[in-house]
Design a protein around this ligand. Structure first.
Ligand code: PLP
Length: 435
């Protein structure tokens, strides 16, 4: 594909999100704060917490025993695995590997892959990724594996398959790519990238951390080999999931005790065991999305309901994003990093910008005073911020929204920013100019 590997096209008509219902599901929203740091971590669903409590109060024993309670604990862990299988549309629960975080999941994956790589092999990473999906691969340089960087193009900072093509050789074994940059909010077309990578005989490892809260994951349709996401950014607890195609997981090195065979999937990749209560609590995420999908009009099965929920979420989030981006576009002193239109299906509502003459850190601290939580910095996507020449300037300001945010909250932020910036330029720019 010559064109950029980014989602494009027009938004389809989507069901409306029942925002009143949504907000009742997150107790953390009732603290009088506007929470716009959701790419850092979302609020947790009440039903997730209830399930964690349920596990800890009623089934908290070690799995693997012959006694009935131990079997009920094992069933809870398996329920978590099955729920994650359904969330990403994997083929079987054994394709789900639990980890404490996406960072650890990717570090483990790179360690477990080392046995199949030889000196002179190559791995392509992108400059737009979070360091979690770069560092573990670059770390394999100690084994003689070469790392190559896929750079974004032009003003819009898009990844282009032509550039990937010029990096790949017969020695390329893996392409590690972000699904959505946690700074730019740009959605990469993982299905097209996966096809391109597979046609050239390599595997693909996708970081879907910044995508997972906003749209449905479908590992089968996209035909990806490995994919990670963090549950605490998808309304769940502090844990993460690594999906891997079963036959590939079976080929990975064992990370657990010596007597765990290669065929012990996924246990050989979960040294010390998965966290039971977090895995079981995460079933609440899938339960919630199913309910949201049915409330959004889905009459189909669970998968259809999850997709309907995310269709409603996407439409709502596009309206939120456009409300903020429209305001930013109207200010000649603002530079939006990433696609300028909130309605663009090629972006999620993770919006980063700089304001000429203002330090992002100073602006963030002033916004704190309005009880609006946003963030500044490089968000561990250090290489992208260096590429943008912003590393020495406190990075960017990032407003990252979730589906429980409201238009009124966006207005509270733009009013606060207008006040902080003295409002000289507010609203005087040309909407759509993309500053
Ligand atoms: C895009 C992206 N990838 C990976 C990570 C790392 O996730 P974790 O905190 O689960 O290790 C983050 C965390 O912010 C992220 O935003």
């Amino acid at each position: 594909m010559r064109s950029s590997a980014t989602e494009s096209g027009t938004a389809v008509s989507a069901p409306r999100l029942d925002i009143d219902f949504v907000r009742t599901q997150f107790s953390g929203l009732a603290q009088g704060w506007v929470l716009f740091d959701n790419a850092g971590g979302t609020q947790v669903l009440a039903r997730v917490v209830e399930r964690m409590n349920d596990f800890l109060f009623h089934r908290n024993v070690q799995i693997g025993g012959s006694y009935e309670l131990s079997q009920r604990a094992a069933a809870a862990l398996f329920d978590g695995r099955r729920a994650m299988m359904r969330l990403v549309n994997a083929r079987r629960p054994e394709e789900i590997v639990f980890a404490p975080s996406s960072t650890v999941a990717l570090q483990n994956l790179s360690r477990a892959m080392a046995g199949q790589l030889s000196a002179g092999d190559e791995i392509v990473v992108t400059t737009t990724d979070h360091e979690s999906n770069i560092g573990p691969w670059a770390g394999l340089e100690r084994c003689g594996i070469r790392t190559k960087f896929w750079q974004p193009r032009g003003e819009r900072l898009l990844l282009d398959l032509e550039d990937l093509g010029s990096l790949m050789t017969p020695r390329t074994r893996l392409v590690a790519v972000t699904h959505v940059s946690n700074i730019l909010g740009t959605v990469n077309r993982i299905d097209e990238i996966a096809r391109y990578v597979h046609e050239r005989g390599a595997e693909i490892c996708v970081d879907s951390v910044a995508y997972a809260p906003h749209a449905a994951i479908d590992v089968q349709t996209w035909d990806v080999d490995y994919l990670v996401f963090s549950l605490y950014k998808v309304f769940g607890p502090h844990a993460a999931v690594l999906y891997g195609r079963h036959e590939l997981l079976a080929e990975l090195d064992n990370l657990y005790h010596y007597f765990y065979g290669k065929d012990k999937v996924p246990a050989k990749l979960e040294p010390g065991n998965a966290n039971y209560e977090l895995a079981f609590g995460s079933t609440g995420i899938v339960d919630y999305l199913g309910e949201l999908g049915r409330r959004s009009g889905s009459a189909g099965g669970e998968r259809a309901a999850i997709e309907a929920a995310f269709a409603a979420i996407r439409a709502h989030e596009q309206r939120l994003a456009e409300r903020l981006l429209g305001w930013l576009r109207g200010r000649p002193d603002c530079r939006i990093l990433g696609l300028p239109s909130g309605g663009d299906p090629g972006r999620v509502p993770t919006i980063s910008f700089t304001v000429a003459g203002h330090d992002p850190g100073e602006l963030a601290r002033r916004v704190d005073g309005y009880r609006i939580a946003l963030r500044y910095g490089d968000f561990h996507a250090r290489r992208l911020v260096e590429y943008l020449g912003l590393a020495g300037a406190n990075g960017v300001l990032r407003v990252s929204m979730a589906h429980y945010n409201t238009p009124g909250e966006v207005d509270a932020l733009t009013e606060a920013l207008a006040e902080i910036l003295g409002d000289g330029a507010a609203g005087v720019g040309v909407p759509g100019s993309g500053c």
